[in-house]
Design a protein around this ligand. Structure first.
Ligand SMILES: *[C@@H]1O[C@H](CO)[C@@H](O)[C@H](O)[C@H]1NC(C)=O
Ligand SMILES: *[C@@H]1O[C@H](CO)[C@@H](O)[C@H](O)[C@H]1NC(C)=O
Ligand SMILES: *[C@@H]1O[C@H](CO)[C@@H](O)[C@H](O)[C@H]1NC(C)=O
Ligand SMILES: *[C@@H]1O[C@H](CO)[C@@H](O)[C@H](O)[C@H]1NC(C)=O
Ligand SMILES: *[C@@H]1O[C@H](CO)[C@@H](O)[C@H](O)[C@H]1NC(C)=O
Ligand SMILES: *[C@@H]1O[C@H](CO)[C@@H](O)[C@H](O)[C@H]1NC(C)=O
Length: 796
């Protein structure tokens, strides 16, 4: 006998144009479990509101919420898992049941696809391997179901009054049809026929060998009790039929723990169920409990490994599951700070052992959720000071959280992070589905806050990070703060200096904080313009600064003049840019050998080393030379050279005054007598005339003709004019000294600074920097020895 009461609704589906096609394999998963079908469909495929329709030979039945509870279907949309799940009991209304052994579920999946409703016809057949127990109770999320073996209908024990009441009714009932009496409401229930019971939400079915009752929770006729503090809901129906003088009577009872689950401070989700849920559902010996997740029980060792605990306390079975046990689903949530919760789809079997092998198998599905648990991220200072890079790690970031932006000292950088600046951010995958991010930023990046302390020669560098992280998929942001600080020892830069043949070479390796100082020569800031003006050769790249200072270029100080050497000192000053205070200096003193030089000092002295090889006869002694004033002889001589040092206004010097310059001139003679013997008109006369000159710009002179004191703010510009060397450099016989001092710049530029001029050279406006000449002069005889033909502004 089959009882079907689920056929009442006729459906008008013809309004929808439906196309039947195949669901892609990867979008659907249909499984056979012990007691139900599981159909899981990808939400990406179904959209958010998929519908199912059960199909049997009598028609198509949309699985609505109400029908689901009555007919044995449970539908759950699980966005966290990305699918919708339909569980259908093997005894569900429209499942084809073949001898309680083979079950076929035909259904339609109805989804909206680009505005059109599309229906997919699907089918699944299962033959559960687990044999049916005499009594099977299912506590689904939305209904209770009990099925009993219809061949064994002798209840072992029941409440006497219930039984008697049912019996009485059976006898008084005029009909042989099945009647049902529901126990549990306030009053003793009246017997009703099955269609009446169905109207009230109770579904009875008789399969080949089993009698099934299903009801949703919260029915008026269901009973609710508490067993040692654990709420229990159940339904108890007595089904009877009078056939002649025999009354057939079956007790159907299903009872489920309604415990909502709890969470304890040690991180366990707990769920309680009484050992005996109802007087008709007790066990002769200890109930056996198995637990699992997502509709699948696991064996004891697996359960143990996952940390599931089953305890019996005071007739209550307590199940404890670590909140993050395998099978739990976790989700992040922002509520000011970051929180998370875990959901666990508990599946449980409780075996109750009755007399005469009248065993009861109870299967329960319960969804347990933890409260919102604070989830804290941590940040760690992983800076290695020597690297001069701040390294900060932010960890314990859950899977569904992503770094969206970082704010460094108020400056925002959004994802995706490129490695353009000195900032790099690297994602680090950690076990347990966590990850972290390593942020690196140079301590000298402009974004770093720096505080310089002169007293301790340290720089305090601070980086405050405000991380913006977002929870996916909602993109809800929250913030995490970290701050790191470093102290770096900083000292003014120090140049490496090296004496070369032609000058002094300075080298400075750049450090990131060298901008704290400025480099000056005397009081002038070192720039490439200044270097050009003074005749220094400067090259500067990102690694180092190279400055070559040729001897006699501006800025040298000299001492110890003699014929063998001149000792030159060059000084680079490191100043505080704000106060211009000198913080340190790099000083180098080198000794140079020279053939000739003229130094015109600011205090009015001319110092000359002159090569007289051509000015004296063979075998002549340079010691016998003198200036125009014959009493002015050399201070020092060697085989061919003589050193003179005299006041500009003495020794018979002549003064020639131009518009802007004044030139003091003298001459070195070997012997006036010898000179007189020679015919000056004779072109073969190769006796060299050696003119020596110092030219000063008038603007720089304080006292011009004072006998007592000469004072110039600039050193003079000196020269030795050898008549014999007429082809060399400036020493042209056609160039009169007056011409030279009147317009020295013009003359020398036009006539003496030809093609070899360095590009970008800017000649000074007022007077010639001799250093520039030096470089461009033809270097006759400059083999390995510095030959100074012209002479710079030298202050002694
Ligand atoms: C069941 O009982 C209701 C009311 O008690 C009655 O109206 C209905 O006709 C009965 N149905 C059958 C099939 O006996
Ligand atoms: C939480 O439950 C577990 C497992 O039952 C137990 O070991 C632990 O002691 C409980 N912690 C607290 C604080 O109750
Ligand atoms: C940035 O640099 C890190 C480490 O060098 C590297 O792993 C990452 O791939 C780089 N990212 C980009 C966008 O170049
Ligand atoms: C971090 O950044 C967010 C967004 O820019 C801001 O609302 C928040 O106040 C910042 N936190 C701190 C401490 O600066
Ligand atoms: C971070 O690490 C660096 C290097 O180990 C250290 O100098 C600094 O004091 C640490 N702490 C903070 C808060 O930055
Ligand atoms: C040299 O170059 C660096 C950058 O590479 C710059 O910071 C510095 O000011 C330069 N120095 C001079 C003297 O030009």
């Amino acid at each position: 006998m089959a009882i079907h009461f689920c056929l009442g609704v006729t459906l008008l589906l013809s309004m929808w144009a439906t196309a039947k096609c195949d669901v892609p394999n990867e979008a659907i998963n249909m499984e056979c479990h012990d007691r139900f079908f599981v159909i899981a469909v990808d939400l990406a495929f179904t959209g958010n509101e998929p519908h199912f329709e059960a199909v049997d030979e009598s028609g198509v039945y949309p699985i609505t919420r109400h029908r689901a509870a009555q007919c044995g279907y449970s539908i759950g949309v699980l966005p966290l898992l990305g699918h919708v799940e339909l569980r259908a009991s093997y005894f569900s209304c429209h499942t084809e049941n073949n001898d309680d052994k083979v079950f076929t579920f035909n259904f339609n999946l109805v989804v909206a696809n680009e505005g059109k409703i599309v229906s997919y016809a699907l089918s699944k057949t299962c033959s559960p391997s687990l044999p049916w127990s005499p009594r099977e109770v299912t506590c689904e999320v939305n209904y209770m179901e009990v099925s009993v073996n219809s061949e064994v209908t002798c209840p072992s024990e029941t409440k006497k009054e219930d039984w008697n009441a049912a019996l009485k009714s059976a006898y008084t009932s005029a009909t042989s049809d099945w009647q049902v009496m529901l126990h549990g409401g306030e009053e003793q229930g009246m017997p009703m026929n099955l269609s009446e019971a169905h109207k009230r939400g109770y579904l009875f079915d008789l399969t080949d060998s089993r009698l099934v009752l299903r009801a949703q929770y919260g029915q008026p006729e269901s009973f609710s009790t508490e067993v040692n503090g654990v709420p229990v809901e159940g339904v108890h129906a007595t089904l009877f039929s009078r056939q002649g003088w025999v009354v057939l009577m079956v007790d159907l009872v299903a009872a489920c723990s309604m415990h909502e689950g709890s969470y304890n401070d040690s991180g366990y989700m707990m769920w309680d169920t009484p050992e005996a849920l109802h007087p008709l559902m007790t066990s002769q010996h200890e109930a056996q409990v198995k637990i699992g997740v997502n509709g699948e029980l696991v064996e004891e060792p697996v359960a143990e490994e996952r940390g599931y605990i089953v305890k019996k306390q005071n007739t209550i079975i307590q199940i404890s599951i670590p909140y993050n046990a395998e099978g739990a689903i976790r989700k992040s949530l922002v509520s000011g700070d970051l929180f998370e919760f875990y959901i666990f789809d508990l599946y449980l079997e409780q075996m109750l052992f009755g007399e005469d092998q009248m065993d009861t198998r109870l299967r329960a599905h319960r969804t347990l959720a933890t409260p919102l648990l604070p989830r804290s991220l941590f940040s760690e200072n992983r800076t290695v000071p020597e690297e001069r890079v701040f390294t900060v790690y932010i960890g314990n970031v859950p899977e569904d959280v992503e770094l969206a932006a970082v704010n460094l000292n108020g400056q925002k950088c959004n994802a995706p992070f490129s490695n353009e600046s000195s900032l790099t951010i690297t994602k680090v995958i950690q076990p347990n589905h966590n990850h972290g991010y390593t942020l690196k930023v140079s301590m000298f990046d402009p974004v770093i806050r720096q505080k310089f302390s002169k007293e301790d020669a340290t720089m305090q560098q601070t980086l405050e990070i405000n991380y913006t992280l977002t929870v996916l998929p909602e993109n809800e942001p929250f913030y995490h703060l970290a701050s790191v600080m470093a102290f770096t020892d900083v000292s003014p830069p120090v140049f490496d200096a090296l004496c070369t043949e032609s000058g002094i070479s300075f080298k400075l390796d750049h450090r990131p904080f060298d901008y704290l100082w400025e480099i000056t020569i005397d009081s002038d800031l070192l720039t490439s313009e200044l270097a050009d003006q003074h005749g220094y050769i400067m090259s500067n790249d990102s690694n180092s600064l190279l400055l070559e200072v040729p001897l006699l270029s501006q800025g040298y100080q000299y001492e110890g003049f003699n014929l063998k050497e001149v000792i030159g000192t060059f000084k680079i000053l490191i100043r505080d840019p704000k106060t211009s205070e000198v913080q340190s200096s790099s000083i180098k003193t080198c000794s140079f050998t020279t053939t000739e030089l003229v130094v015109c000092s600011t205090d009015g002295r001319m110092t000359v080393v002159a090569d007289l090889a051509l000015a004296i006869p063979n075998g002549g002694n340079p010691a016998r030379t003198n200036l125009r004033d014959k009493y002015c002889g050399p201070k020092e001589t060697d085989g061919s050279r003589a050193l003179f040092s005299f006041s500009l206004n003495s020794c018979g010097s002549t003064v020639k005054l131009g518009k802007e310059y004044v030139t003091y001139e003298n001459e070195i003679f070997y012997s006036k007598k010898l000179r007189a013997l020679k015919n000056p008109a004779d072109p073969s006369n190769d006796i060299d005339r050696v003119m020596i000159q110092c030219t000063y710009p008038l603007s720089g002179l304080f006292r011009l003709f004072s006998v007592y004191k000469f004072e110039s703010d600039k050193a003079g510009f000196g020269r030795i004019v050898h008549s014999a060397h007429s082809t060399e450099g400036l020493l042209s016989p056609t160039m009169e000294p007056t011409t030279v001092f009147q317009t020295p710049v013009y003359t020398t530029r036009r006539s003496r600074r030809p093609v070899s001029m360095r590009p970008g050279y800017q000649p000074p406006v007022k007077y010639i920097k001799v250093s520039s000449f030096l470089r461009n002069l033809p270097k006759k005889g400059a083999k390995g020895q510095l030959q100074i033909k012209l002479n710079p502004f030298i202050s002694l």
